[in-house]
Design a protein around this ligand. Sequence first.
Ligand SMILES: N[C@@H](Cc1ccc(O)cc1)C(=O)O
Length: 524
Amino acid sequence: MKTEHFTTLPGGTQASPVTVGGQRMTIAEVAAVARGARGLCLSDDAEFQRQIRAGAAYLEALLADGGTVYGVTTGYGDSCTVTVPPELVAELPLHLTRYHGCGLGEYLSPEWTRAVLVARLVSLAQGYSGVRWALLERLQQLLAEDVLPLIPAEGSVGASGDLTPLSYVAATLVGERQVRFRGEICDALPVLQSLNWAPLKLAPKEGLAIMNGTAVMTGLACLAVERAEYLTRLCSRITALASIAMQGNPGHFDPRLFAVKPHRGQIECAQWIWEDLASQSQAEQVRLQDRYSIRCAPHVIGVARDALGWIRRDVENELNSANDNPIINGDEEWVLHGGHFYGGHIAFAMDGLKTAVANLADLMDRQLALLVDSRYNHGLPQNLSGASGPSAAINHGFKAIQIGASAWTAEALKLTMPASVFSRSTECHNQDKVSMGTIAARDCLRVLELTEQVAAALVLAVTQGIQLRFAESEPMLTAACAAFCQEIRQHVAFLDEDRPMEHDLRRMVAWIQSRTWALYDAAA
Ligand SMILES: N[C@@H](Cc1ccc(O)cc1)C(=O)O
């Protein structure tokens, strides 16, 4: 039975649910479910359901036959040499979930938690984990009813997957530990009871199947890719407006220039800026060549866009993979022991992405440094102050915002130290090489947050700069740029007299994170 779950969006429209099973899941779909914009259902495809059931049935038969399967009839990890007596096999998964209940740090947000649940469900739905259909259904129901395991962020080395944080997902299924239920933190068991769900009794392989994979880092990576993609667009718009405000040379973005350096993402970014500068006359330029943070913007933003190509590919492959151990094929009746819980691709992708994103923060920070400095901004007031008359002497415009942007940038840059090179030999040297992919993904999300803050500062600064530049003339802006600036101005007043800007900045960060502006060809 297909479990339908339609999400009603503001305005009453219903978004169709994302389907798990028998098809490739996209990063955008994971992000949509995580944001609560779309629901999720299991495919009603008969072949998909049959394959899931075949895996569970084969494993059951194998055990009944006295077969040896790692983590089912043996201890875990280095303890794989310990044979578990048949009468204790049923209790083993519960022990796994409990001894990994040692996570620390902040709890994952609801959005992040949903992304993790989707990622684990998609992996189990590949049909190579030997879990029962009922387990997939319960994971789907957690999302549908918004029962979100309370998952501490720290304690995963990212090979043996995300054992510790994922043990909190397993704990919810068996009615232990805590959940966020419709926004409130509660004990899991009463929540399950209020929904008339019996706690699951995990089948012998199921504890391992839930925990022995890369779902935390992969779920977080999906969100990071979406946020980074948007930032590359926003950075392009900001660059164009900064160039206009400082009477930059539009020729730096001429398509003929970029045709001779064939990096696709760079060409695309230059084209966007070029289109935004269509209203500018080459004759107005005051300097033959602008400073690098303007002139080389496509070369910085383009790196992130081009990297997003392979990063998206690798994250999506990991998402649509059986990242578990052992791998079970019920149709062909084999069990193979390997290391598919190793999150090396995500680790490298997130280490790479955080560097590319931090470079965007740095680019924007430098653009702001030019904008506020009357030695470089070609006639705009010092600090972009909008004050005039005698009070100009006591007004400081964007001075502190520029200092803040530099602080956020420094913090983002500091976080670019790769996590993947910090492998530690753990667990009695069984896990003697690990990915640290979850740390990389968390770093990347933090770098994104800091870079979004820098972008918020720039959004306000370029809008101010444009208004100051065209104070005495009709603004020469394309329709898209004019609409962008007007929308900001409707919510954030021009900065003439000094005022605290925290709330305006926070509003801009929220807009960026919710992708308020449809930028270039992308839908909002
Ligand atoms: N991931 C390990 C299993 C494991 C599980 C729990 C542990 O505590 C340690 C290791 C493997 O498949 O080999």
